[in-house]
Design a protein around this ligand. Structure first.
Ligand SMILES: NC(=O)C1=CN([C@@H]2O[C@H](COP(=O)(O)OP(=O)(O)OC[C@H]3O[C@@H](n4cnc5c(N)ncnc54)[C@H](O)[C@@H]3O)[C@@H](O)[C@H]2O)[C@@H](O)CC1
Ligand SMILES: Nc1ncnc2c1ncn2[C@@H]1O[C@H](COP(=O)(O)OP(=O)(O)O)[C@@H](O)[C@H]1O
Ligand SMILES: [K+]
Length: 517
């Protein structure tokens, strides 16, 4: 799913109005009506007090359209105008007049803290104060209004995005933002819903279709994309009937050290489960027996050293290499790693201590070949890029790094973001059950396995991150967040593949009723 920028959203609105020959007021009517339909479908006329807080821009206009419809349908609605600026938009004013014609209970003007209404914990707040047009921090009293919302504990539904949140930067003061339970966003979700600094401002979100011009939606290239099942179905490579293990590549995994062989075992199992034809591991001698015993499907090559890697040499011809898992930072390992980077021509994934070694020897950045995949967690990313001011600064630095070295950066987090040059791909699967040792090693195994099978490195990264998270989403149903382990992610990977083609439950039920299968 495309995530449009603020500028693109404004352009889409304008183009839609022109092409569909409608006014911006009619588009606002559509937007507000969609919000109303969403609420009406769930509330069915229930008389819970609904407090609609409208700003003076178009977000406030949406709120007024909604409030008018709620009044018309007999809801218990209280309407407020958050009178924070003289600059009211045309469509706000039109809808302000319309609401005055609809009800004698005109909107209440809020000008300061003394005007704040009482809000009960079982009431509903609709936040239509600011949308994507916010261009400076709200006034102090408006910030206090947002805190008043939060203190009330009422269910808070934000329109388009929680007020006080910018579409393209991180707000400085968390008290100056509405903490929404749910956000109904027009046209596309906003990037800020997925970033560690700002995702806390909405627990859940949903996109409402307001009939923006289809051609515009399809043809506009966006910098950010949300990756879900639909995107993955188009890149999935089916297994051929007359195929054999040679068809699906030979993955080589390099890493491990005394006490950290588990990382390599998890990676190897992840690679195998991703569908690679053959897997070989290159590890220090001490890992030979554990690896052979736990992963009999994988072949093992060993370093001359017992405890660490000192010289990476092999006589196989891998189709993809994944390295760095549990590898350690010994100087001899560093030299072997550097030498390997210089000579390697095979598509490469670098993780964990591979990234740490690069970060310690920044001169080696130049050895990163185009299309190399790096999979840092936040701490490794910081070692690689230096510290950042906020999430937007982090993404800017990540894009610059990717552009400079033409590499793919898999920035791991609750919503992993894969960065390739100027594009950001946000993953939609995964859960906090993954916050446990070894899950990253499994991910590297899966990426390597997919590249070995012929997926392009970028596609392999996106698909692996998606499958890894999906597997955890399925496994968590059986194990819960606390007991989910990296091994479960491997065990459920098959379910994640199968889920790609699972029919949505509704469709399945309909087909069962009509006797289809
Ligand atoms: N396709 C879409 O997404 C559509 C969006 N619409 C709505 O339009 C919104 C954008 O509307 P606007 O551009 O009018 O802007 P908003 O209503 O989001 O924002 C605030 C308005 O107040 C002013 N302002 C900004 N920061 C302020 C501050 N700190 N204190 C006081 N005033 C401030 C701005 O000049 C702007 O006019 C969207 O978020 C959405 O709710 C709909 O009406 C129509 C369709
Ligand atoms: N709260 C979370 N929600 C979703 N995914 C998470 C969460 N925490 C961690 N993950 C995922 O788990 C993996 C952890 O990787 P990493 O930190 O490298 O672990 P390790 O080095 O122990 O293998 C990443 O894929 C990351 O995106
Ligand atoms: K809002």
């Amino acid at each position: 799913m495309k995530i449009f920028s603020k500028e693109q959203i404004y352009k889409g609105d304008q183009l839609t109005a022109e092409k569909q020959n409608i006014s911006s007021t009619e588009l606002m009517e559509r937007a507000g009506t969609q919000i109303f339909n969403w609420i009406h479908q769930r509330m069915q006329g229930a008389q819970v007090p609904i407090h609609v807080f409208c700003g003076i821009g178009n977000n406030g206009g949406d709120g007024l359209v909604l409030a008018r419809q709620l009044v018309n349908y007999g809801y218990n609605v209280h309407i407020y105008v958050v009178n924070c600026s003289e600059k009211r938009t045309k469509d706000f004013l039109i809808n302000y007049d319309r609401i005055k014609e609809t009800t004698k209970k005109w909107p209440i003007m809020l000008n300061c803290e003394a005007d704040f209404p009482e809000i009960g914990p079982d009431d509903i707040i609709v936040d239509a104060v600011f949308g994507i047009g916010l261009n400076r921090p709200p006034n102090e009293w408006v910030k206090r209004l947002f805190q008043h919302f939060r203190a009330s504990k009422a269910f808070t539904l934000a329109i388009d995005l929680p007020s006080g949140l910018y579409a393209d930067k991180v707000p400085k003061d968390e008290n100056g933002v509405v903490w929404a339970d749910y956000t109904l966003s027009f046209q596309s979700p906003k990037l800020v819903f997925f970033l560690p600094d700002t995702s806390k401002y909405t627990r859940q979100w949903e996109v409402l279709d307001i009939g923006i011009d289809l051609e515009f939606l399809q043809q506009t290239e966006t910098e950010v994309e949300l990756i879900g099942k639909n995107e993955m179905l188009t890149i999935y490579k089916p297994r051929e009937k007359f195929s054999h293990k040679g068809t699906y590549g030979h993955a080589l995994l390099i890493g491990g050290s005394h006490g950290k062989m588990g990382a390599m075992i998890l990676s190897a199992r992840g690679t195998m489960a991703s569908g690679a034809g053959l897997v070989t591991t290159f590890i220090p001698k001490c890992g030979y027996i554990p690896m052979q015993s736990v992963v009999p499907e994988a072949m093992v090559l060993t370093d001359a050293d017992d405890e660490k890697l000192t010289s990476i040499t092999f006589d196989i011809e891998p189709t993809a290499v994944g390295m760095g898992m549990g590898m350690g930072l010994d100087q001899k390992t560093q030299h072997a790693f550097q030498k390997f980077l210089k000579s390697n021509e095979v598509p490469l994934v670098i993780d964990a201590d591979g990234i740490n070694l690069l970060a310690k020897h920044k001169d080696d950045f130049k050895l990163i070949k185009p299309q190399t995949v790096l999979t840092p967690h936040p701490k490794e990313l910081e070692r690689l890029l230096g510290s950042w001011k906020d999430d937007f600064d982090k993404l800017k630095k990540a894009k610059a790094f990717s552009k400079k070295y033409k590499c793919i950066l898999v920035v791991k987090d609750a919503h992993t973001i894969t960065v390739f040059e100027d594009k950001l791909y946000i993953n939609s699967t995964g859960n906090p059950g993954l916050a446990t040792g070894g899950t990253g090693d499994v991910l590297t195994g899966i990426i390597t396995g997919l590249i070995a099978q012929g997926y392009e490195p970028l596609t392999a990264s996106l698909f692996a991150v998606y499958l890894h998270g999906k597997s955890a989403d399925i496994a968590v149903e059986d194990y819960g967040y606390q007991s989910l382990t990296a091994s479960h992610v491997i065990d459920y990977l098959g379910q994640a593949y199968l889920d790609l083609f699972a029919k949505p439950q509704v469709q399945q039920k309909q087909e069962e009723k009509s006797g289809n299968s």
